[in-house]
Design a protein around this ligand. Structure first.
Ligand code: BES
Ligand code: MN
Ligand code: ZN
Length: 495
């Protein structure tokens, strides 16, 4: 899908899209179509009982007295009860509709004239965002010969707007591209995307003006990141940590974003069952979200300081792999008894959270991780789990997630749960009490490596990948977290 924004101009022929309200009210453009066609739209609305479901369409094919081959009237609700997210989802529905009609190009008229709670140009920007996000596909590995069903190219949409030269429209594109980059990384198989190649991708972000440092094994040993290194110990791949910095905010303490980047999680010697193991190529969804967010803030030159830290490893079984029962000393000095090598994400995060906090003294620290299967049991794919030691940060995240569609549900932390990770021989162990409170045990484990700084942990195991189509995303990688973090920075942490 391509989108463009042009000043007040619709194509002279072909397909156009006009907006009507669910109760049959017409936008200026819809009214014009109706007048020129001798009331065709009025009649079509009558046939439909004068009420349309929001997001449904009336398809006027070869309308009389018009040069258009097709006019698609879309029922858009944009009153005071309509959310920004609903507008984006309407854009997604529009894109799906056009694709199913095999329309290659369409002009989208302004919603001006409808009772709108938003500026018409804002509505256009949100429709365009939704259309872009919904039609993303990862087709890199489909060879042309094998691509019959996809012959119909993604449609391109031309939006008629009052002023196409605003930052709003730039952001539609830069933010969607950042989401796509995050989705691409999540979709890549683990033979292509491994710690070193992921780090290479990070280095390419310098073209957006980010400062990027990559730590190799020797540097990680020197730093004492033994918990992270232990996870990678069974792999033939080299581990990496990436540090990306966007300095747009003078000397304010940075916002720190920390991502779990387990490029493949076989479970290690505590090997996972074969069925479903392929999903563990996306056990780097947290790192991908942080990557996308860093690209998004840099691309729009955010007036904020943001650091992104990724722990990039592969969890494999082998003769050199970490064993159940091993004890490692984390960078912070805490000792960890490893009772299950498949609880590896928290080990990676232990060291990079500690490092981030010590080096950057961030004003807030947020980590994202596909951390536990238990969060899927608790919340399904409707919400990611949110754990935080700070109510203000938690509320900001929930609020922002409601706007971007990255929905969060707050889960508890606390002393009672700290007991779940007491070890017999070390300071803590890397598992809790079996099936009881698995996601919370993982969260309180992470909290051991965070001092009193405002911190939030997002367990995105249920939301990074979708097995079905969603309003803003086809099935597959969702890009969960990218827009949430970009918007959070925009709302609360910019000068
Ligand atoms: N990466 C997995 C969690 C996961 C499961 C993500 C399913 C996405 C979908 C994590 O490393 C893991 O294996 N967690 C274990 C922890 C357990 C051994 C304490 C789990 O959830 O089973
Ligand atoms: Mn695991
Ligand atoms: Zn994992």
């Amino acid at each position: 899908m391509k989108v463009s924004f042009v000043k007040d101009q619709l194509p002279p022929a072909g397909t156009i899209v006009v907006m009507v309200s669910p109760d049959g009210g017409m936008s200026d453009a819809a009214r014009e179509v109706n007048d020129k066609s001798g009331g065709l739209l009025t009649r079509a609305l009558e046939v439909n009982g004068k009420r349309l479901k929001a997001g449904s369409f009336i398809d006027l094919f070869l309308p009389a007295n018009l040069d258009y081959s097709r006019v698609l009237a879309m029922a858009l609700s944009a009153d005071s009860k309509t959310t920004v997210l609903a507008l984006e989802e309407a854009g997604g529905q529009l894109a799906v509709k056009l694709r199913s009609l095999k329309v290659k190009e369409a002009g989208v008229a302004s919603a001006r004239g409808l009772p709108l709670e938003f500026e018409p140009d804002f509505v256009a920007a949100k429709l365009a965002t939704g259309a872009l996000l919904r039609t993303y596909e990862f087709k890199k590995y489909r060879t042309a010969a094998d691509d019959d069903e996809d012959k119909c190219e993604a449609p391109s949409l031309q939006f008629a707007v009052g002023n196409p030269d605003t930052a709003e429209f730039d952001r539609v594109r830069t933010q969607s591209e950042a989401v796509f980059r995050g989705r691409d990384l999540v979709s890549e198989p683990a033979n292509v995307l491994y710690p070193e190649s992921f780090a290479d991708a990070c280095e390419e972000l310098t073209r957006f003006g980010l400062e990027v440092e990559i730590f190799d094994r020797a540097k990680l040993q020197e730093l004492g990141m033994r918990a992270l290194l232990g996870v990678n110990q069974g792999s033939v791949r080299e581990p990496r940590v990436a540090v990306m910095r966007w300095n747009g905010g003078g000397d304010a303490a940075p916002v720190a974003l920390v991502g779990k980047g387990v490029c493949f999680d076989s479970g290690g010697l505590s090997l996972k069952p074969a069925a479903g193991m392929q999903d563990m190529k996306w056990d780097m969804g947290g790192a991908a979200a942080v990557f996308g967010a860093m690209q998004a803030v840099a691309a729009r030159k955010a007036e904020a300081n943001v650091v992104g830290i990724l722990g990039l490893v592969e969890n494999m079984p082998s003769g050199s792999a970490q064993r159940p029962g091993d004890v490692v000393k984390a960078m912070s000095g805490k000792t960890i008894e490893i009772l299950n090598t498949d609880a590896e994400g928290r080990l990676v995060l232990a060291d990079i959270l500690w490092y981030t906090q010590e080096r950057f003294k961030p004003q807030i620290m947020i980590n994202l991780a596909t951390l536990t299967g238990a969060i899927i049991t608790a919340l399904g794919s409707e919400h990611a789990g949110l754990f935080s030691n700070d109510d203000t940060l938690a509320e900001r995240l929930i609020e922002t997630g409601g706007v971007t569609g990255d929905r969060l549900w707050r889960m508890p932390l606390g002393k009672d749960y700290d007991k779940h990770i007491k070890s017999d021989i070390a300071d803590i162990k890397n598992v809790g009490r079996g099936r009881a409170a698995g996601s919370i045990a993982a969260a309180v484990f992470l909290q051991q490596f965070v001092n009193d700084r405002p911190w939030a942990h997002l367990d995105i195991a249920g939301t990074t990948w979708s097995s079905r189509d969603l309003p803003l995303c086809g099935k597959g990688a969702t890009g969960f977290g990218v827009r949430l973090l970009d918007e959070l920075v925009a709302r609360y942490y910019e000068a």
